[in-house]
Design a protein. Structure first.
Length: 353
């Protein structure tokens, strides 16, 4: 009895890991595209780890103004126990930057979760049922798009916060204002996919066997219409950070006694720039830039890899082997390719009626 040793052993666990969204995209990427994706993942990973480990790595609290040695000096240059200096209010810049990652992550999670929940439901119902409900929802979404997103966020923050400066009130105000801006985006994408999917044969078959509209939407359309959500989530996460920073910079953010927020720190650092105090605004600004850059690189890389045209072009360009074969091997390969081409042409002629 002979055994086949040519077939490699496939590890089910390794196969499952390679199918995960981020792992599969890294495996498919090549060249510059892989470099961009890896850089984005590294920056995003640093942001997430900093937010999770903030209580352990932050030297002081986000609103701490003194320690056992006394009150912190104001506008102290970087160095000593204040590695990134202190602000005009006496806050440690490094601690504010580190704790600000938690606020940004919390706002992203709440805002995007609410946006997905509302946008997906409205998009499924509107795209599948159609009629007057679809027209009304489309008009409302267009009306929201007609206004500048930052203006809508400012108005919603004023209405929701009501002058509160607590962590819960500030986070919910910022997250809800961002949600209002994001809902039309998810609504449009899911509605377009639902309209396309409801004309597919498997949906028609479900209608024939007597499946209800709720079952068709939840069991057949939902899974296929929401495949692009990870991409939209990544891009909207970076936009949420920018919107949160803009609200804080304009004075609608969270007070420093409630939580650390990068946009608010930038607002307080404006008066320092004329005095040559650069560290109070540089480091919060760098935190915003690096975080948004990482999320944007991940989102754009996933977008390119999900496009079959771009993916095939990049693979053909980056995956071509270097011509190191001998002339005889190249000739044999050319003859083999010619033979395959001729066989394909003869087979095609045989199928011609």
């Amino acid at each position: 009895m002979s055994t086949d040793i040519s077939a490699p052993h496939i590890n089910p666990r390794a196969s499952f890991l390679r199918k995960l969204p981020v792992v599969s995209h890294v495996a498919r990427s090549v060249g510059l595209q892989r470099s961009m994706l890896v850089i984005g993942l590294v920056l995003t990973g640093i942001f997430l780890l900093t937010a999770i480990l903030a209580p352990l790595i932050a030297p002081f609290g986000f609103s701490q103004l003194s320690d056992a040695e006394g009150s912190f000096p104001t506008q102290q240059a970087p160095g000593g126990k204040h590695l990134l200096g202190t602000t005009v209010g006496g806050y440690d810049v490094l601690s504010r930057v580190i704790w600000g990652t938690q606020t940004a992550l919390l706002v992203i999670v709440v805002a995007v979760a609410l946006s997905i929940f509302a946008g997906v439901i409205l998009g499924l119902v509107s795209g599948y049922l159609g009629g007057w409900l679809d027209r009304v929802l489309v008009v409302v979404a267009d009306a929201v798009y007609a206004f500048p997103s930052l203006l809508v966020a400012i108005v919603m923050a004023i209405v929701i916060s009501g002058g509160q400066s607590s962590l819960f009130g500030g986070v919910m105000a910022a997250a809800t204002s961002i949600t209002v801006v994001f809902i039309p985006q998810y609504f449009r994408v899911i509605r377009a996919e639902t309209i396309r999917l409801k004309a597919e044969p498997f949906v028609e078959s479900a209608k024939v066997v007597g499946a209800s509209n709720v079952r068709i939407i939840t069991r057949h359309i939902y899974r296929n219409a929401t495949r692009t959500l990870p991409l939209i989530f990544t891009l909207n996460a970076s936009e949420a950070i920018l919107t949160l920073a803009a609200l804080g910079f304009l004075g609608f953010g969270i007070e420093p006694s409630s939580a650390a927020e990068w946009g608010f720190d930038l607002n307080k650092a404006l008066s320092d720039t004329t005095s040559g105090i650069w560290w109070t605004g540089l480091f919060p600004g760098l935190a915003i830039v690096w975080t948004v850059l990482g999320l944007t690189l991940v989102g754009e890389s996933i977008n390119d890899l999900n496009d079959p045209r771009l993916r095939g072009r990049k693979r053909a360009r980056g995956g071509a082997p270097t011509p190191t074969a001998t002339p005889s091997a190249a000739t044999a390969a050319g003859e083999h390719a010619t033979g395959d081409s001729a066989a394909g042409e003869s087979a095609a002629e045989g199928r011609t009626p």
